[in-house]
Design a protein around this ligand. Sequence first.
Ligand SMILES: [Zn+2]
Length: 311
Amino acid sequence: VANLFVHPLIAWPEKAFGAPEKDLSRMDEWFVTTEEFERSLGALEARGYILVRVSDLFDTSTVPVTPKPLVLPPGRKPLILSVDDLNYYPYMRANGTVSRLWVDQDRLMARTFLAGGTFRDDDDKEVPQVLEKFLTTHPDFSYQGARGLIAVTGYQGLFGWPTQWAGPALNEAKIQAKAVARRLKDMGWEFATHSYAHRSDKRQSFEEWKASEVRWDNEVGPLVGPTPYYVLPFGEHWWSYPERWEVMTQKGYRVYFGVETKSNLVWKDGLPIVGRVPLDGRGLRRKFGILSPFLDPKTILDPLRPKVMKY
Ligand SMILES: [Zn+2]
């Protein structure tokens, strides 16, 4: 099964690509714009891909996890799309993503705070919104209503809501974030943990990491629901640390997702570890050629991107 992941989209490319050096380079490197994502969906469909859910692929009710039979329309290739860090960290919000998601009646909206204390709302800037629009004209791109997997942390809140701070705004933040999660689930998305703090194992002791896992369970789990899926920060190979692997498996995580140069699959102790390919600025600039199974980068790349890579 093919695996591709994105970060929150650059909704405002002029802002991202006009940012100071350090911010410019990370936005250019790790993100795609709304338009690049739209074009990518068209390219993926043209190559025969069809979106499937992780839960369509694996039965996680027992260990070992077992692959489920998948009967797709003729000529279609299964694809899992995942979105990492749909939290809107401050550096993202300051450099061209939207600021938060919210639900207006039944519509998923993306709000962007503007200079001068104003804001605007859009229904076509973020991944789930763009995908929904695409599916209205290309319904065959989704297998039985599948969307994808959304991986979230907790240390900077959720979907742009400050769910990490105790205080007068906490209750409202929880209500709003929970409504967004419910709406996304109704649309066909599934959720994964992406750890609480998104810290490299080099910058976090085992005890700190264990404590942060409890915070995810207390602050994020109640909003997005329990999940058997763990998307590893930076794609680090945490399964190779016996202590950490023991905690993660005992907590009930059954399918692990990393970052690799191809969509591979390995098994450890009866549990699948899935390699995902990043759809981002580096890939679109044809670094490593890793996007070639999915699309032709030169037809996707936004002309607003800097001509020369700054990193
Ligand atoms: Zn991440």
